[in-house]
Unconditional design. Structure first.
Length: 225
């Protein structure tokens, strides 16, 4: 096996492991946010517990590193694949029936996820954890008042729509990426590959519904107030 092939496999492995790590984080983050549907006070208690404490900061740094690795290697592999195919990618317009739409648009979906993440960080992380670290006064809500920030942003229809589009992109991206990552790691025998696809669909749907429920619940609450 050539060095370039081994290098490509190594990059795919790094991207897969970092992707699975991000899936676990999304499950945790979604579970934490769902608390806000039932109790704003309880959600704020979670936000205060995390805040700018050392363990939250360490987790943030590890998460950021995992995300950077995932994005960088995704772009590198996409460019390598395009160069390897050359003009051949234009020779056939029809795609095999077994190729999922998401697998053909992972880079586009990834870009939408990235833009959505940038919006989310500017609205929540920057005004909460970062503001606490830097000692910034927001002049609106406290750095641990996550429920108030949710109510503030998710009362705006345009922001609600943007977040729902972001969640849909995450659903498609994870729906393919989750089981594909497990396949890359080596859990790809004929018995388990279909099971991993099913598990992947279940997990990503739970993540999507959880996040969407938080946004929609906050928006409905704003209409009732």
């Amino acid at each position: 096996m050539s060095n370039s092939c081994l290098s490509s496999i190594g990059k795919k492995l790094i991207m897969s492991i970092s992707g699975l790590f991000l899936v676990l984080f999304l499950l945790f983050h979604m579970s934490m946010n769902v608390v806000a549907i039932f109790s704003g006070e309880a959600y704020n208690a979670v936000c205060e517990f995390l805040g700018a404490n050392w363990y939250a900061l360490a987790g943030t740094l590890v998460l950021a590193a995992g995300f950077v690795f995932h994005i960088v290697y995704a772009f590198i592999l996409t460019i390598q694949n395009r160069k390897a195919r050359g003009v051949e990618r234009y020779a056939c317009q029809e795609k095999p029936a077994t190729v999922e739409w998401a697998s053909q648009n992972m880079l586009v979906l990834g870009c939408i996820v990235f833009v959505g993440l940038a919006l989310h960080l500017s609205q929540f992380w920057y005004k909460m954890q970062f503001a606490e670290i830097a000692g910034i006064t927001t002049n609106q809500f406290g750095v641990a008042d996550g429920a108030a920030w949710m109510q503030f942003y998710f009362s705006k229809p345009l922001i609600v729509v943007c977040y729902l589009i972001w969640f849909v992109a995450i659903w498609f991206h994870l729906g393919h990426g989750f089981w594909s990552a497990l396949q890359t790691i080596g859990w790809n025998n004929k018995v388990w590959i279909d099971r991993w696809r099913c598990i992947s669909n279940i997990v990503t749907t739970i993540i999507f519904l959880g996040f969407a429920a938080v946004v929609i619940a906050a928006y409905i609450k704003s209409l009732c107030c």
